[in-house]
Design a protein around this ligand. Structure first.
Ligand code: DQA
Length: 147
């Protein structure tokens, strides 16, 4: 079972960026922990963080027919990108949308997502635990598929 984890712009700054909102863990810490968890679930985890919309879209295209599930924190592209939405719909790979912060408790422009209505599920406000919740949900889906 293959899972692609995507992180959008500025998430490379995790740990340094507004730690009161996003926490102290760096992206490397988070990825390391997720890889460990994935191994236990027998999931092959690929990861890309990019500040470029183009790179995220290309990665999604490459995943077509190769990846079973996508977990994506689109970061600011959540609120701007019709292109990311179309890419995810275009490859027909189910996905979970994750946000570290509670976007609904923040500025109004963060309340709308171009992805949420086509996502299997959305997690926000759980800190970096949200990524683990999403991974666990994918693992559960994998189990259900096997039965
Ligand atoms: C975010 C929330 C977005 O509004 C913001 O632009 C981010 C991070 C989050 O994980 O809480 O960069 O996706």
């Amino acid at each position: 079972y293959k899972v692609l984890l995507l992180n959008g712009p500025n998430l490379n700054l995790l740990g340094k960026r507004e730690p009161e909102i996003y926490g102290a863990d760096t992206l490397d810490d988070i990825i390391m922990q997720l890889r460990q968890a994935a191994q236990q679930f027998d999931i092959e985890l690929d990861h890309l963080q990019s500040n470029r919309e183009y790179e995220l879209i290309e990665k999604i295209h490459q995943a077509m027919g190769q990846v079973d599930y996508i977990i994506i924190n689109p970061a600011a592209f959540t609120h701007t990108s019709v292109a990311l939405r179309d890419a995810l719909l275009g490859v027909n790979i189910p996905f979970f949308e994750v946000h570290i912060s509670n976007v609904h408790a923040r500025e109004a422009f963060r309340h709308h997502s171009y992805l949420s209505d086509v996502a299997t599920g959305v997690i926000c406000g759980f800190g970096t635990l949200g990524y683990h919740c999403a991974l666990q949900a994918v693992a559960q889906k994998m189990q259900q598929k096997k039965q």
